[in-house]
Ligand binder design. Sequence first.
Ligand code: 5GP
Length: 216
Amino acid sequence: MSNKSSAISIARRGLMFVLSSPSGAGKTTISRRLMELEANVHLSISVTTRPRRPGEVDGVHYHFISGEEFGLMVNRQELLEHAKVFDYYYGTPKGPVEQHLAAGHDVLFDIDWQGTQQLRQNARDDLVSVFLLPPSTRDLEKRLHTRAQDSAEVIAKRMSKAADEMSHWAEYDYVVINEDIEQCLGEVRTILHAERLKRHRGIGLVDFVKRLREGH
Ligand code: 5GP
């Protein structure tokens, strides 16, 4: 008998995988590693009015746009969700996400709790939300300093915001503590793999079961 695995594949709808955390909890690293390890995951590239940081590339990290352009996108309802974070506006363009989901691709979002709340209201069935927590406040501060991309003033502001952001942990489907990157990554991948198997995403199941019951 052959040991080859089955070639049966049931069509499924993609899912929206949201990773949120206070700045410095390791979300960027986890997202990058997830993209490297998982086939079929596409990153949603947000629009933002924030100025580009050194090393950031327009169209890769964000689409950097003006406040006026942002306002137009909101008015034309081209954003799935949008929010003001710190002093700038951020939003998720609708078109690419809808195309990916329909094609059975998963989409990864690095958005804050405000955006996640909006997605929960508008797209609950497609949404899987994960909140990453740092192991300690000291660790969070250390990571923000190591990153050293922002001024001391910005870091202080982000630290004072972190407590506010963390108060939203209970609104998420899953909470993962990022003490060890590899362990955290493993837990996040387990969540993704299990969520892909949810019955309601298996849009090909109805036909599959129908054929089984008809004796094919
Ligand atoms: P940063 O300016 O450090 O890249 O991001 C600041 C915060 O904005 C992060 O918490 C990030 O998750 C959030 N963010 C980035 N893009 C979006 C977006 O499209 N929508 C929302 N709601 N938040 C976003």
